[in-house]
Structures are given as C-alpha cells and as structure tokens.
Design a protein around this ligand. Structure first.
Ligand code: IDP
Ligand code: MG
Length: 150
C-alpha cells in the first residue's frame, strides 16, 4: 500500500489547522501510520528540501520552516501520494482550487501551511528522514468498507 509524508508547516500549526488537516486525511479513508510535533533543525530541513537548494527562495524557505514547530505525519492508502497532493492543492494558494487545503486556508506561496510528497520515491525518502525509527503497521477494520474486494 502506498505511503505519503504530510507535514503541517509552522504557520499551519500557529493557525490551529492541525486538526483540520488531520481530519481531511482521516475522512478520506487514509490510515494514519505516524504523527509527531517536531522542531527540526536547519540541517534537517535542508535535507528535506535539498532539491530546491539552488532556488532563490531557498534561504527564505528554510527560515520559514524553522520559525516554529511542525507536525509530521504518514498516511497510507491506495494512491495516497497523488491524492494527497490533490487534497493539498497547488503550491501557490492563488492557484489552489477552493475545497483544497491550500485553497481554503492560505494566501501566499511562502506560507502555504502544508507539505505533501510529490512521488512515491520521494515519499519513502521523506518518511525515512522524518521517522527513522519506523512507522506503525496495523489492520484497520474500516478498510473493509473502503476497498473493493478483488
Ligand atoms: P510543493 O510544496 O507544492 O511540493 P515545491 O516546489 O516543492 O512545492 O516547493 C516547496 C515549498 O517551497 C513550497 O511549498 C513553498 O512553501 C515554497 N516555495 C515554492 N516556490 C516558492 C516561491 O516562488 N516563493 C516562495 N516560496 C516558495
Ligand atoms: Mg515539493
């Protein structure tokens, strides 16, 4: 089953949106495998965003991401990476459709309240970076009412 790394950024935590974001992933039917409030170091965030190191906004991004605690989580389910991105909305909230998390709760690209892995490969790398101790695996009875039997 696919896994994705979702993170509520410092502005999302400050604005009391943790529950709302958790709620949306829960109600969709995805299974929570890990969740933690963390205050990551600059080095940790530079690793997370290493593909963006050359971007002009990179220093500002690191400053933003170290401005307060974040909530990292792992959600599991069919298509969790692609669907998770759709649930977040476009990177720039100005382009995010209403009904998406960014479309409903924020305004600026540099304060877009949440992160979601963009590919299965990146999701696995991010899960290993943020939850090196591993994540929970368990059966959820609800799955019988979410997934068609093959
Ligand atoms: P994503 O979060 O939708 O995957 P990325 O391109 O991976 O978008 O960028 C990572 C984060 O960097 C964005 O979520 C946003 O917080 C920030 N960011 C991206 N582009 C800009 C920009 O042009 N100005 C300021 N911040 C940006
Ligand atoms: Mg990205």
């Amino acid at each position: 089953m696919e896994r994705t790394y979702i993170m509520v950024k410092p502005d999302g935590v400050q604005r009391g949106l943790v529950g709302e974001i958790v709620k949306r992933f829960e109600q969709k039917g995805f299974k929570l495998a890990a969740l933690r409030l963390m205050t990551p170091t600059e080095e940790h965030l530079k690793q997370h965003y290493k593909d963006l190191a050359e971007k002009p906004f990179f220093p500002g991004l690191i400053k933003y991401m170290t401005s307060g605690p974040v909530v990292g989580m792992v959600w599991v389910g069919k298509g969790a990476v692609t669907t998770g991105r759709k649930m977040l909305g476009a990177t720039n909230p100005a382009d995010s459709a209403p009904g998406t998390i960014r479309g409903d709760f924020c305004i600026e690209v540099g304060m877009n309240i949440c992160h979601g892995s963009d590919t299965v490969e990146n999701a696995e790398a991010e899960i290993a970076l943020w939850f090196p101790e591993g994540v929970a695996t368990y059966e959820k009875s609800e799955d019988a009412w979410l997934y068609e039997k093959r």
